[in-house]
Write a protein that binds this ligand. Sequence first.
Ligand code: NA7
Length: 293
Amino acid sequence: MRVAFLGLGIMGHAMATNLAKAGHEVTVWNRTPGKQVEGARTTATPAEAAQGVEVVWLCVSDTDAVENVLFGPDGVEQSLTQGMIIADSSTISPSATLKFAERVKGNGVAYVDAPMTGSKIGAQNGSLVFIVGGDEADIERLKPLFAAMGKKIFRMGETSKGQATKLAMNLQIALIFEGFAEALTLATKLGVDPGKLLSLIEATMVRSGVIDYKGPFVLARDFTPNFPLRLMHKDIRLTLEAAKEARVKLPALETVEEIYEMATEDGHKDLDYAATLTLLEKWAGVQVKGNAA
Ligand code: NA7
């Protein structure tokens, strides 16, 4: 298929690479020039990238970035044609997604929100899980592209339901990790070996995918970013905004948001979100260390 891929960050670069590798005709654009994708044609503006394509796929930081790429100067809007599909893999506001979809509908363009999970490694080896909102027929047309970048798609409902679900998923990741980090900090302060605690967790119902993945990194004190703290913080803020719009109170997430705020003030925003642990350690006056065995 002819695809424009806009946004060549950690995730977008790997996804566009997989599209080109799968034989699709890909044009790419990134705000900061200089990024290229093997097998794809680099363009100077979003409008140029979207010229004559069947699908425009976005993967940029946040709601403002999506709005800018679509409707800003030299934006995608200038190149919209009847029957085109816009697919957005950025994690952004569900209500803004609906507004964007409404605006392009006037040009006969469909809008599919397709945030994903699987982090950098999943993007590189094409094993992302997509959490999708949109018309079934449009999603069906996108299947060859989804297949090139991921291993599964879950259709959650009409446009915006992918974003809504992604926020509900990341809410759980943030809270599960925070529970783990608090448990590690308390156990360490009380003299328990965190490596033994992790072995126990793995053998009991406390076990979770989040802890399986993060536990070894944390015990090795490796906070290099798989999912940067600044992006998880953005998702937490988005979730709280969406909750406010829907009149839903999320007291635990509100508290965790403050921890992310303070971790950012401590200079950890570009580390993995697991670095929120260091704040708990600072308050408790301990450092969690141990063997992952
Ligand atoms: P990165 O690696 O931080 O990449 C972000 C990308 O978004 C990168 O290409 C940025 O371009 C681009 N960006 C940021 N702001 C803008 C604006 N205002 N206009 C156009 N482009 C912009 O993030 P990831 O790849 O890890 O994640 C991307 C999304 O997927 C995000 O929503 C995650 O939550 C999930 P730059 O190179 O800085 O010029």
